[in-house]
Design a protein around this ligand. Structure first.
Ligand code: ATP
Ligand code: MG
Length: 330
């Protein structure tokens, strides 16, 4: 039997280049040799979008289109909607007993996101606890591999702690530990130079962006503020254009020459921005074309089929979990 993969995305906006290099490329590569589940995390999206549920539901189809347009194959990958699998909520409730508030507070990604969203003590408990619900997602689908970006490493660690605690407490081997699959670019910076491009910061190039928007975003990118004239020596570190060239330019030798030239001076920002724009246009044109060819009815059917298949596995796992915990049926 093939090992299982679980990963997912919050339907809070369109998928972007960070998703592409951080996780989607690995999902495409792994889908033929693993039993892969991709979860559209609409329940998790509600933890910080509870006032705008319509935004979350509208983005479900958009995200599914993004998956199909980059080459996620529904014959090989099961795409499911989180809110349609009630066992996730049930498992989350059980797991909440295995985690302390102190432990949740130490999660560095939650700390960062709390600060970014200005929550402080007014943080919704659902948001604070989403790492526990993510542990439920992963273990319900018995996943051993989780292709994610770097920001998700604390969630994998939390999941494995829950797995070990559960198995030890209930003298069982029901739950499986999992491993993150990280890519070469496990964290793509934002076009504004912020540490991570994300949907909620609006600092990303979306997979569905039209050509002129891509170009405009590339030309907005932060470079080196001291590189005023083309003849000035420039800095490559912290330069967003080079971070994106590292992620998207396939030729390491050309890239090394380009960096050396920029460092010694004589290479203008317009030249490197044009180069990056050319690469991104080449990458994204076929993805956009595939997206435009997708029919919403067909996409909905794929989501329906995937969710039905996933529900089966969810039922099998929750039965084992209840048995391990000695929860009786009446
Ligand atoms: P939001 O702002 O709503 O949290 P997001 O852009 O962070 O959206 P998520 O849906 O939270 O996207 O993340 C989905 C997956 O994509 C996760 O595995 C995450 O690690 C990965 N990912 C998101 N942004 C990046 C990025 N900039 N670089 C690498 N991986 C990323
Ligand atoms: Mg995120």
């Amino acid at each position: 039997m093939k090992k299982k993969i679980l990963t997912g995305d919050r339907p809070t906006g369109q998928l972007h280049l960070g998703h592409y290099v951080g996780s989607l490329q690995n999902r495409i590569k792994l889908q033929s040799s693993y039993d892969q589940y991709i979860l559209v995390a609409d329940l998790q999206a509600l933890t910080d979008h509870f006032a705008h549920p319509e935004k979350v539901s509208q983005n479900i189809i958009e995200i599914a289109k993004d998956y199909l347009s980059v080459g996620i194959d529904p014959e090989q990958t099961t795409i499911l909607i989180q809110s349609q699998i009630p066992e996730i909520a049930e498992l989350t409730v059980y797991y909440l007993n295995l985690v302390t508030l102190g432990r949740l507070r130490r999660n560095p990604t939650i700390k960062y996101e709390m600060q970014q969203k200005g929550y402080n003590e007014a943080i919704p408990a659902g948001f604070f606890c989403y790492p526990v619900s993510q542990a439920a997602d992963i273990t319900l689908f018995q996943a051993e591999l989780v292709p994610v970006g770097e920001d998700q490493l604390p969630m994998i660690e939390q999941t494995n702690e829950i797995v070990r605690r559960f198995n030890r407490l209930y003298h069982t081997e029901t739950l499986k530990e999992c491993k993150a699959v990280l890519s070469k670019t496990a964290r793509l910076v934002g076009i504004d130079g912020k540490s991570k491009s994300s949907k909620s910061l609006g600092n990303a190039i979306a997979l569905a962006d039209p050509p002129e928007v891509i170009k405009q975003k590339v030309f907005q990118m932060y470079t080196d503020p001291d590189h005023i004239k083309a003849s000035d020596p420039g800095r490559v570190e912290g330069n967003v254009v080079f971070a994106y060239l590292d992620a998207f330019h396939p030729d390491l030798e050309i890239l090394a020459d380009l960096k050396a030239h920029y460092r010694r001076g004589g290479l203008g920002d317009v030249v490197i921005k044009n180069m990056l724009n050319d690469r991104l246009q080449l990458l994204l044109a076929p993805i956009r074309a595939k997206r435009d060819s997708l029919d919403a009815k067909m996409v909905k059917e794929i989501l329906h089929q995937g969710t039905v298949k996933a529900a089966q596995l969810a039922k099998e796992t929750i039965k084992m979990v209840r048995e391990a915990m000695g929860i009786q049926s009446f």
